[in-house]
Design a protein around this ligand. Sequence first.
Ligand SMILES: [Zn+2]
Length: 743
Amino acid sequence: MTMPPFTRREFLKTTTAAGAVAALAPFAPRALAGADAGAALPAGAPSWIEKTSRWAQLTLVEDDPGKYDLGFWLDYFQRTRSDAACLSGGGCVAYYPTQIPFHHRSAWLGDRDVLGDLVSGSRKLGMTVLVRTDPHATYDDVQAAHPDWIAVDAQGNPRRHWASPEMWVTCGLGPYNFEFMTAVHEEIMSRYRVDGIFINRWDGSGPCYCVHCRENFKAASGFDLPRPDNTSPQDPARRAYILWRQQRLFDLWGVWDAAVRKINPDSRVVPNTGGGALSSLDMKVVGERTAMLAADRQARRGLMPPWACGKDAKEFRAALGPKPVAGLFSVGLEEPERWKDSVQTGAEIRIWVLDGIANGMRPWFSKFSGVLHDPRWLPVVEDIYRWHESAGPYMRHETPLARVGLVYSQQTAWFYGGDQAGAKVEDYTLGWYQALIEARIPFEMVHDRLLDPAHINQFATLILPNIAALSDVQCDALRAFVAHGGSVIATYETSLYDEWGVRRKDFGLADLFGVSWSGRGEGPMQNSYLRLEHDTAAGNPLFKGLEDAPRIINGVWRLEVEPRAQFAPPALTLIPSYPDLPMEKVYPRVAQTNIAGVYIRETANSAAGRVAYFPWDIDRTFWEVLALDHFRLLRNTVQWAINESPMVEVTGPGVLDVTAWRNRDSIVIHLVNLTNPMTMKGPFREFVPIGEQSVRVRMPDSSTAKNVHLLVGKQSPLVQNRGADLTVTVPSILDHEVVAIDI
Ligand SMILES: [Zn+2]
């Protein structure tokens, strides 16, 4: 019998241990980050990990054998200076003469060993090699011989594949993966002794009601599998399923990893997994287990912002620390219609990959089909990769210098719910993310189950964007952070629920916020505002850029709270909703209230940090409306909370993603130009250069600059020294510039 990954007791035990550390270990959030630059990979990491900088993935299609040009691809690997390859091996289609029953050889394979040719060709180029498998679909002969390997829907029917209806969907949690795919991975590792196996679509294709899933879940939890319409995370069976599925997948990962390491101890299984708050596998556990990961976000779609690639990098790093994260990108459109053989514009490919690199990713291109239907992407990727090689050790991205941490919470998404009162759980985070980009404040993401000093003491400020579900121990860790000089900004229902999504009577952080919940809330609010109290709060640091604003729009949802600490007269006060129609009736009914729109405080202990709490959804509303007044309020609050001269300050026109890094011998500042020339919607057609930027860097640890380079423009920049500050003038940026300072 297998147990869920963390029963409630184990979960509490784990978080208690972290909390105990938090209470005892010395915090140093005010100290400059970077003292541990060059943080080494953990002991026991496979030897090939350090050597991989640029990845090339060729995913063959079944009719490639005999058609595709091996020499062309090996030449392209070389021209792109790729030092690691991911090559199609087996699972759905075997590209080598497999001996495993039911392992389907490509119908075009003949007596070839396509995988063997690719592996040996890549090795001659000195590349690290992973073999890709995909277990999610199979064939009629398998279904006939092993009907229990096939996924079953809620009505009890075996599932045909949604896109290739002649195939069957396999069960991800049963013997197909645990036994058959283990044999496939062992055979590949025995034949080719590659550095690892990369497994795509390994975690099942939605809920499965097969005999194994039903019996295993019942044995582990005592429940029947929850039906598809039972989505409430407060239902005990649903909650148990969320945990049990993870445990099965972590067990499966362990089985595969042990099997290949028995054959080649320096090899690893790298499942295609991971992500942010909406990811279904616990990133804390993933980060502990894995040697590296590829963040599989192939391109953006619809109105996804171009910084979303960098966000992935930050989310993965929060859990993986110094372990490498590759940014797996495609060259085609990634819209729901899945034009898999399409090619994006060069500008669109570039902005996506460059934002990933600027945020610490190692680029990984992924191309389907060895026969190219449209080659226009080839010079684009080659150009990015050759530049990346030319930037050499500056691309090591060892330690981020960011002083702000934006917390994300999988347990909030799982148990508080992905959809609360019509708002998506991520929208609060996305609002903050956009605001921090616009404010040009370098920042990192922080996993809410990693709030121990080792993970957060490099930050001066943590932001909690409606992180609703927090355990008592997590709340203690945040209290300790503030007590030792760190600042906290929180919004809306942060800490109003425990780690299982069960609502508390009051905020878990009520003492930190200085307010208690009255038990009431309001929303959705129409036509409500906030009044800026210039008379009583003149010169308030939150008013920067709002000096001429008598009022600003309110958010949409708010909580009623009551102060339990001493506060200065409120800077922002509520103007309650009033009718928005008929127009004759649109006038405020209440002239003034004393209901505060933000609670900011410096706690009694002078060594402690600052706390700002917004009892409303300012971040979510900013993401919805992008009101400039809300941006100013968010930016001003962060600057007030940091309470120190910024590490990096970039002034000039445009929208930039600014990231800052410390390497052993350099400080590296990336400036990615996100100023999109398209008036509406997402895609980049061309880059429009932005004008002069002044980059001021506070040199850490009183290090001095030996030399300053612009790694894209290549010219020698104007550099001025003033005390510990270094100011570099960047004349112009087309898509990307890197200020590299040798120390
Ligand atoms: Zn199943």
